[in-house]
Design a protein. Structure first.
Length: 406
């Protein structure tokens, strides 16, 4: 009996990534092929793996060639709880099916998306300073003061990258660097007020990075969920005269974001935590941002192409949200290679010590660009032997931070 490219097993695996875990979906077919995807539970999404495990029985027996049908079936049975971690579970399953389908056909995943438009993807060095200063000691060399920031900014330029993104940092009177991430509970200040020290600190931080990186470096600032509209507006006014590539703002209110864009001298990027075309549409209709950021591990790459098409219809370019493992980087790379309206690609160049052990291939960067491989599927797979060497940690990600004091 000939193989029908049907799923015989769908399971999840995970391993330690120092301060968080990496999570994977493994799909095995009756013709012996394996499809992989990477998902995440540490970025405010506990329980995605449990949902995937609950849905696995509905996927087993179906053909990987019919990933859209499978996704719609799963959407039907989860519709009352759609979005959130349920949506992320569907995206993770879809991405593994895409990998399996592409390998069945012997082609890269971008061929399933209409073919690649570009061979090289311009990238920006994300979480620049944030990983080395905020996740000590997992990224080396550590950063503790303004001198460390200057060294890293020069390193970005010297390694050939042309763009970097940083977050909200400020400095005390001795030059020690301090994080401000109230949107994620560091410090715990749920009112999300932004005081004078934070506003001036953001400007000082950006000026230090500009001075060290040089005039030709594109600098991006991610403000995350760290303010209300008033606070974002005050920051935008403080840095209005600086040379910025974009300001990234997270808000769930499209009218508020549209107002901020109307007041900003810099392009606005947003929407990385949204799932599905329907959640993006109010922001697109309001012309709330210059760049729509799509999390393809959350949405599924096939669904992400639909979001990008909706953005294109509104004259908006897209970028990917990418701060996970190397498999996620390659999943995002295939999306970025195939989508017409790409602005730039996010990557984390700073890595934990054993990242390279966990995957069969790591991304290749040349002159600030990711070089797209032509291997079948996503072009890399988790190394199961290495995964077993680094068992997942119990306390991880955003949930692993210390509890706020009362």
């Amino acid at each position: 009996m000939t193989a029908q490219h049907r799923v015989t097993e769908l399971k999840t695996l995970s391993c330690s990534a120092a301060w968080r875990n990496y999570y994977f979906v493994k799909v095995t077919t009756d013709d012996g092929l394996v499809g992989w995807s990477e998902f995440d539970e540490g970025f405010g999404s506990p329980g995605v793996g449990a949902i995937i495990d609950q849905l696995a029985s509905r996927v087993v027996g179906q053909s990987v060639m019919q990933h859209e049908r499978i996704r719609e079936d799963l959407h039907c049975v989860t519709r009352p709880g759609s979005g959130g971690v349920v949506g992320q579970a569907l995206g993770a399953i879809e991405n593994a099916l895409l990998d399996a389908k592409a390998k069945t056909l012997g082609v890269p995943c971008y061929d399933l998306l209409g073919g690649k438009i570009r061979d090289r993807l311009r990238v920006y060095w994300s979480h620049c300073v944030t990983w080395r200063a905020g996740r000590v000691p997992h990224y080396q060399p550590e950063i503790h003061d303004a001198d460390g920031v200057r060294k890293l900014a020069r390193e970005v330029r010297e390694k050939g990258f042309t763009a970097l993104k940083t977050n909200i940092w400020r400095y005390d009177k001795d030059g020690k660097i301090l994080r401000w991430a109230t949107g994620f509970g560091t410090p715990f200040a749920p009112e999300l007020n932004v005081d004078r020290e934070v506003i001036k600190g953001v400007r000082e931080h950006l000026e230090i990075m500009r001075d060290a990186a040089g005039p030709d470096m594109d600098i991006l600032l991610d403000l995350n969920f760290n303010a209300k509209t008033e606070g974002y507006l005050r920051i935008l006014r403080e840095i209005a005269e600086l040379d910025m590539f974009w300001i990234e703002i997270d808000t769930l209110n499209p009218q508020a974001l549209a107002y901020l864009r109307s007041q900003s001298r810099h392009p606005i990027a947003s929407c990385e935590t949204l799932i599905g075309v329907q959640q993006f549409l109010p922001f697109l209709r309001e012309q709330a941002m210059d760049v729509a950021i799509v999390d393809t591990p959350w949405n599924g790459v096939w669904q992400s192409m639909k979001i990008a098409a909706a953005a294109e219809a509104h004259e908006v370019n897209v970028a990917c949200h990418n701060f996970y493992g190397h498999l996620c980087t390659m999943m995002n790379a295939h999306f970025c290679a195939a989508v017409p309206n790409l602005r730039i690609m996010e990557v984390d160049i700073d890595r934990i010590a054993w990242d390279h052990e966990l995957f069969t291939h790591v991304p290749v960067y040349e002159d600030g660009h990711l070089v797209l491989p032509d291997r079948p599927g996503w072009g890399t797979e988790p190394n199961e032997d290495a995964i077993r060497e680094y068992p997942p940690i119990a306390v991880h990600g955003l949930m692993g931070r210390s509890r706020p004091q009362t």
